[in-house]
Design a binder for this molecule. Structure first.
Ligand code: NIG
Ligand code: FE
Length: 422
């Protein structure tokens, strides 16, 4: 559902452009103080100073009106890395990690991803879609208007298909409150039935899964990690996926330095994600090849790992995106507010760079920078109106939701109760 809408009495802060913003330019934000945003059929027709808005535009259509009360509008947030579709939860593992257990040792004992695979294989499509919708509603309240969602908790044809169909159903559901981008992650772990036979499982993905999921997924991703899918298996899988027309993503250098950043550059992946332990060479090569570095601070925080080197990426001239990595294991959080706080406080990103990373660069990481990620003429009207009139509130209101109204395709999909003046 798309709408005609005029948002008046509003301020705007947005990056501009139709591709990822790289390096220092990420800090460049376009501000308009006394602005109006005119939306026709879900598309931004005008976003700029009220005094310059062509008068005939205002008379052209029947509009819904939103008075923003001089609050700040930013582009709807793009959560470009999530594992949104899963059965069960894993709170016990979290408690074990608090006592010193490590993420990889739990996984090697058959817990971790495999435990969610078991729960997902046993869940009904209806349970999965109800849970997904519950998670999505929380995201929309935090201003998310586009989410990337991965499969990867099936690791067999039937359950991977069930996950990808759940993603498609969410995409296509009438009145969906956000854009949904699907990623096939059959190479998320080696399923127990292939234990010790990683190469055979990769063959199975290439021969049986990739060809039949092409219409369901835009991206192919791999957990490229020591003792999971190492460089050679990852290269073989992703090259086959690329040949079949998938765009590429990698979980790279999350737990140890393996050369995932370099591999992403070699394969010209759209993004490499995590990168807590990326090498300097990986950073340099990613910047050179224009691979978006998608950093996931909530995961580093939840695993008590060091944060990814955001400043090094920016100084090397790379494009940085930020996302949540929402999943039932390493990071059961989809908190945009906490992502912002960690990026600004612990990764030393500026507030402006953080905004670009969560909007236009997130859009580039899902291949949609042409149509979303900024508030400018011709883009989809996906907008978050904050409670406040100033960008600085985003990290300052630490870990708390600053979003008052979320707009998707010109339609209000979330609106907090007005609280009055403060
Ligand atoms: O991005 N590391 C691989 N995949 C996820 C975690 C999945 C899980 O623990 O269930 C991640 O951290
Ligand atoms: Fe992930």
């Amino acid at each position: 559902m798309k709408q005609n809408r005029i948002i008046k009495n509003v301020k705007i802060a947005t990056p501009l452009g139709h591709s990822a913003v790289k390096g220092e330019a990420m800090g460049k934000i376009h501000y308009v103080d006394d602005a109006v945003i005119v939306i026709i059929d879900g598309i931004i027709e005008y976003a700029g100073a009220e005094k310059d808005c062509p008068a005939d535009l205002l008379a052209l259509h029947a509009y819904e009106y939103t008075d923003a009360g001089r609050r700040l509008a930013v582009p709807g947030f793009v959560d470009s890395h999530t594992h949104l579709i899963f059965g069960g939860f894993r709170p016990d593992e979290f408690s074990w990690r608090l006592k010193g257990d490590s993420y990889m040792s739990i996984m090697e004992r058959g817990g971790g991803i495999q435990s969610t695979v078991n729960s997902t294989r046993n869940a009904s499509a209806e349970e999965i879609s109800d849970k997904t919708r519950w998670l999505v509603d929380r995201m929309v309240e935090m201003g998310v208007t586009t989410v990337e969602a991965k499969s990867g908790y099936g690791l067999d044809v039937a359950t991977e298909r069930m996950q990808l169909e759940a993603i498609r159903n969410l995409q296509q559901s009438a009145g969906a409150p956000l854009n949904v981008v699907a990623t096939f992650l059959g190479a998320h772990a080696i399923p127990t039935e292939y234990k010790g036979r990683t190469s055979e499982y990769v063959d199975h993905i290439i021969e049986e899964m990739l060809p039949q999921f092409k219409d369901l997924a835009k991206f192919c991703d791999v957990f490229c990690e020591k003792n999971v899918f190492e460089l050679e298996d990852s290269r073989r899988l992703l090259s086959a996926a690329r040949d079949m027309g998938y765009d590429l993503k990698l979980h790279a250098d999350e737990i140890v330095t393996l050369g995932g950043g370099e591999l992403a550059a070699e394969l010209k992946a759209v993004s490499a994600d995590h990168l807590l332990h990326v090498s300097d060479e990986g950073i340099r090569r990613m910047a050179e090849e224009g691979v978006v570095a998608t950093l996931l601070p909530l995961t580093a925080f939840a695993l008590k790992e060091p944060f990814a080197p955001a400043r090094k990426f920016i100084e090397a001239g790379a494009a940085v995106a930020l996302a949540t990595d929402l999943n039932p294991g390493s990071c059961f959080s989809g908190s945009i507010p906490l992502t912002i706080a960690l990026a600004c406080i612990h990764m030393n990103m500026t507030i402006e760079e953080t905004l670009t990373a969560l909007t236009l660069n997130g859009a580039a990481a899902v291949g949609m920078a042409d149509s979303i990620g900024s508030i400018e003429k011709g883009k989809q009207a996906d907008i978050a109106i904050l409670e406040f009139d100033n960008l600085n509130y985003l990290p300052y209101y630490v870990g708390m939701n600053c979003v008052k109204t979320t707009i998707h395709n010109g339609r209000i999909v979330y609106d907090a109760k007005p609280i009055g003046n403060y």
